[in-house]
Design a protein around this ligand. Structure first.
Ligand SMILES: C[S@@+](CC[C@H](N)C(=O)[O-])C[C@H]1O[C@@H](n2cnc3c(N)ncnc32)[C@H](O)[C@@H]1O
Length: 229
């Protein structure tokens, strides 16, 4: 809801919801209630803590390493598509993660998935504070209350850059089925030449995706993979 648009004032109780695509479900009525990892993560807020903080320096470092070691210019690949679309998976309490991805990688739009509803609302509120200076931001940040194992709101081959941090590791519970479906969805939505940047994953993501994507960089802190152009 937008009021006093001429004054740049969007701070009504509902206006932040413009950033959210689709419903925000009550905690006990999410479609993924059957997933055993969901209730564990819901019960333990520590599992959703922001580990990544400001992501721009880490993104720049990963992109620089890939350029030096694999001669692939990730930002050039992204910039060659207009509109360039990004995807943030599991941003948790790092409410600024989707916005920082948008800015650091010069994307036109970022879709962002998180399955804990309170973090969707927090991120929408954080985006709302930025909207005063960027009135069209609602078209550029799209928040989805959903599981990363079902990205069906996104078209096949529609995403040019995926960012995920500290989700596919040993600390965050995830069933084998959710993991496998998530990997299949990542492969499906990535456009030819599109890249995935994963921070803090523990090797299992890299091992699975190496069947479908080229590994450009793999070290304990960050991995970068690319779909064949
Ligand atoms: C440790 S937090 C990482 C937060 C942030 N990316 C960072 O680096 O600080 C992991 C997040 O992944 C989310 N997550 C785990 N499994 C998920 C799933 N299947 N679908 C959506 N989000 C999930 C959790 O709810 C949690 O918020």
């Amino acid at each position: 809801m937008r009021v006093s648009e001429d004054m740049g004032d969007f701070d009504t109780p509902e206006s932040w919801s413009d950033f959210i695509e689709g419903p925000v479900y009550p905690d006990n009525a999410v479609p993924w209630l059957h997933d055993p990892a969901y209730s564990t993560i819901l019960e333990h807020p520590g599992l959703r803590d922001c580990i990544g903080r400001h992501i721009a320096p880490a993104l720049q470092q990963a992109i620089g390493l890939v350029q030096a070691m694999a001669q692939v210019h990730v930002l050039d690949v992204v910039r060659s598509h207009r509109p360039a679309i990004g995807l943030s998976l599991g941003f948790g309490s790092n409410a600024q993660e989707p916005y920082e991805l948008l800015k650091a990688c010069e994307l036109n739009c970022v879709h962002a998935y998180e399955w804990i509803g309170e973090h969707i609302v927090e991120a929408a509120r954080a985006c709302e504070t930025l909207r005063v200076n960027e009135p069209r931001l609602t078209a550029r940040i799209r928040l989805h209350h959903g599981t990363v194992s079902d990205l069906s709101a996104l078209n096949t081959s529609s995403i040019h850059l995926i960012y995920t941090a500290n989700m596919f590791n040993r600390e965050i519970p995830m069933s084998g089925d959710t993991f496998k479906r998530s990997m299949q969805e990542i492969v499906r939505v990535l456009a030819p030449g599109g890249c995935l940047i994963s921070r803090g994953s523990a090797g299992v993501l890299e091992q699975y995706l190496a069947q479908y994507l080229q590994v450009l960089l793999e070290n304990p802190l960050v991995s970068v993979l690319q779909k064949e152009p």
